[in-house]
Write a protein that binds this ligand. Structure first.
Ligand code: ATP
Ligand code: MG
Length: 357
């Protein structure tokens, strides 16, 4: 197959880790006879410095003409004092909008070889393998009205609005059921239906869609309970689906089960065009340019691209196996290495993963 991949390397470690993903994709392409073409675009701080905007139109065009987008990370202290419209992170929000990215998918998989760096006990995290499906376009972060005012007694008042359209709930919950069907066939829908009207509608929608997937089990869980269950017994989950803010919080909580941000990939699926793949971590300015960042989150994001955008399941599995093999052989970057043992560098672990392939 021939595929065009837009690459937005971004700032900080974004450059170092996306290089790893590109090299791995090239290796896979050679092995399986695919032609991957890479086209590069500017985003974030670097785009601000050279083009005066965090997301140049040219970058949007490159992405829209591609089959999928690979993103490194954006941001850094250099731009922290900039006005809001000249912040690197603004580029991220704009690209999500431009590409209609509505579903954020975060697999949470623990590695048996890494149980020693997890904050949880080995028997709790061994074999954990679930996916969080987070709604990305609605809810509290976008609802109107939102802002401050002064009430009739002169007291400062503030409001944020949790707003959803039924159709926005339907497409994300549908996506979760579709994913569950290819996995262990269980959807946990997380809400706060004992308090929120939006959550009661969410439950209704989930019940409706579950009728189209008779072989998939649907369970409802209140978000406070879900926060607890993620730590108490994470193996119970297969696909977790939830609205924007609940998903934001739960997915960060879940990322700690593996022990490092440097291990976890993500996908943001588009409703009508190319989807975007990126590590869950940021630009990590404290370690940028030192060749010590863990590139695995980005390499696994490339595997998700092969699976979800290109339907290349065998190729995706090959990457995941190679990563597993390298980790199991004891090769670890600094973020996943135990104290007193020497870590391998970014470029070294990239070479080891390519060799394992
Ligand atoms: P952002 O605001 O962009 O999300 P952040 O403030 O959440 O950024 P990160 O940039 O993700 O933070 O970094 C958080 C911590 O995790 C830092 O100490 C960083 O060095 C570490 N870290 C992040 N990514 C990696 C990686 N790939 N390899 C090793 N360490 C990492
Ligand atoms: Mg962050």
């Amino acid at each position: 197959m021939k595929k065009n991949i837009a690459v937005l390397r971004g700032d900080g470690v974004g450059k170092e880790v996306s290089k790893g993903a590109i090299e791995v994709l090239k290796t896979i392409g050679q092995q399986f006879g695919h032609e991957f073409h890479f086209q590069y675009g500017l985003i974030g701080g670097e785009a601000i410095d050279t083009e005066g905007t965090p997301l140049p139109q040219e970058t949007v065009d490159v992405c829209k003409q591609s089959d999928a987008v690979l993103l490194g990370a954006v941001g850094g202290p250099k731009w922290d004092q900039n006005p809001a419209y000249l912040r690197p992170e603004k580029g991220l929000l704009q690209i999500r909008k431009a590409l209609n990215l509505f579903a954020n998918i975060r697999p949470v998989t623990t590695y048996n070889a890494l149980t020693d760096i997890s904050p949880l006990k080995q028997d709790i995290i061994e074999g954990v393998d679930f996916v969080i499906v987070r709604e990305l376009t609605g809810g509290l972060y976008f609802g109107k009205p939102s802002g401050r005012s002064v009430d009739e007694n002169g007291e400062e008042t503030v409001v944020d609005t949790l707003q959803y359209k039924r159709s926005e709930m339907e497409r994300i919950i549908y996506k979760a059921f579709e994913m569950a069907q290819t996995r262990r066939k269980k959807v946990t829908s997380v809400d706060k239906a004992n308090v929120l009207e939006s959550s009661r509608m969410w439950r209704e929608v989930a019940e409706g869609i579950s009728k189209e997937f008779p072989e998939v089990e649907l369970e409802h869980m209140l978000v406070d309970n879900a926060a607890m269950q993620l730590i108490r017994y994470p193996k119970q989950f297969d696909v977790v689906v939830t609205e924007n803010m609940f998903g934001d919080i739960l997915s960060d909580e879940a990322s700690m089960l593996t022990g490092s941000m440097g291990m976890l990939p993500s996908a943001s699926l588009s409703s009508d065009g190319p989807s975007l793949y990126e590590p869950i971590h940021g630009s990590a300015p404290d370690i940028a340019g030192k060749n010590i960042a863990n590139p695995i989150a980005t390499i696994l994001s490339a595997a998700m691209m092969l699976r979800l955008s290109f339907g290349m399941e065998k190729e995706a599995k090959a990457i995941e196996r190679a990563v597993d093999q390298v980790i199991s052989a004891g090769h670890r970057t600094a973020d996943i290495q135990r104290a007193g043992k020497s870590p391998v560098q970014t470029t070294e672990i990239i070479d080891q993963i390519k060799a394992a392939l």
